[in-house]
Design a protein around this ligand. Sequence first.
Ligand code: C2E
Ligand code: CA
Ligand code: CA
Ligand code: CA
Length: 274
Amino acid sequence: KGRNNSQLFTKSMRIFMVERLHLQHELRKAIENIDNHFFLVYQPKIDVMANKVLGVEALLRWKHPETGLISPARFIPIAEEMGTINALSKWVMNEASRQLRSWNDKGIKMSICINVSPLLFQQADFVESTLYAIEEAGVEPSDVQLEITESVLTIYLDEAIDKLNLLKSNGLTIAIDDFGTGYSSLSVLRKMPIDRLKIDQSFIRDLQKDKEIVALIISMANKLGMHVTAEGVETMEQCKQLQDLHCSEMQGYFFSKPITAEEMEEYLKRPPIS
Ligand code: C2E
Ligand code: CA
Ligand code: CA
Ligand code: CA
């Protein structure tokens, strides 16, 4: 059996590698002309108690001329490997800041959350170029929140603390994304200048089963003076359970999928829960 299996393995590996190479090639081409191939969608973050939108998270989309939409879960890891993630991330930062400015100009008070890849965070000029993009767009730094993952904290701890402090002293706020899926210890968390934990959607999916963990994360965050957002809230039931746990900041399909900037302007005209 061994030989057959290994042949099967090799064949599927080959297909996988070819697909990957192809995607790399396409990605490189698309990034040469970023404005035409990528766009941002926005998902609201809701304060359920107040029944209002607290802000939006910017999420990247790649519109391939033949394949159609390609999910960031597929192309971001590849962009990270290739190093092209930095060009993409800079574009996201500029585009999101410009959109925020445009909303501000229309009298829409809004805050925006931007995902920061670990590789971008590592760049020596990350803080500078982020501040520059915000300044350039003419938006309030306090209306911009950066979402980083726990991996950033565990690998580059001292460097990370310096950078986060610098960002915070300039008015930005910081959230830990996908919280609960990494390995950051309590002592690390306590040292970090973090404003908000976003509980990973895997815990919300099985909220019945993971209720204790979620309750623990919420009470820990509260003790550390951090806000908590629950991600991936899809049902009324989950929404209610989270409120019972004293978590009222939520994001998820129950309120809205990620939508375009124009759709968001419509969305904002009504209270999120009617
Ligand atoms: P994330 O930052 O954890 O974003 C949340 C993901 O969950 C988004 O997927 C969103 O569309 C999806 N989602 C939101 N609500 C629900 C829900 O109720 N149920 C379910 N099943 N899913 C929900 P998306 O847009 O495909 O993005 C996937 C990941 O790609 C993001 O995860 C983030 O890590 C990364 N990403 C997206 N945009 C950017 C970007 O501009 N820069 C970087 N560095 N990463 C990005
Ligand atoms: Ca995120
Ligand atoms: Ca997340
Ligand atoms: Ca994620």
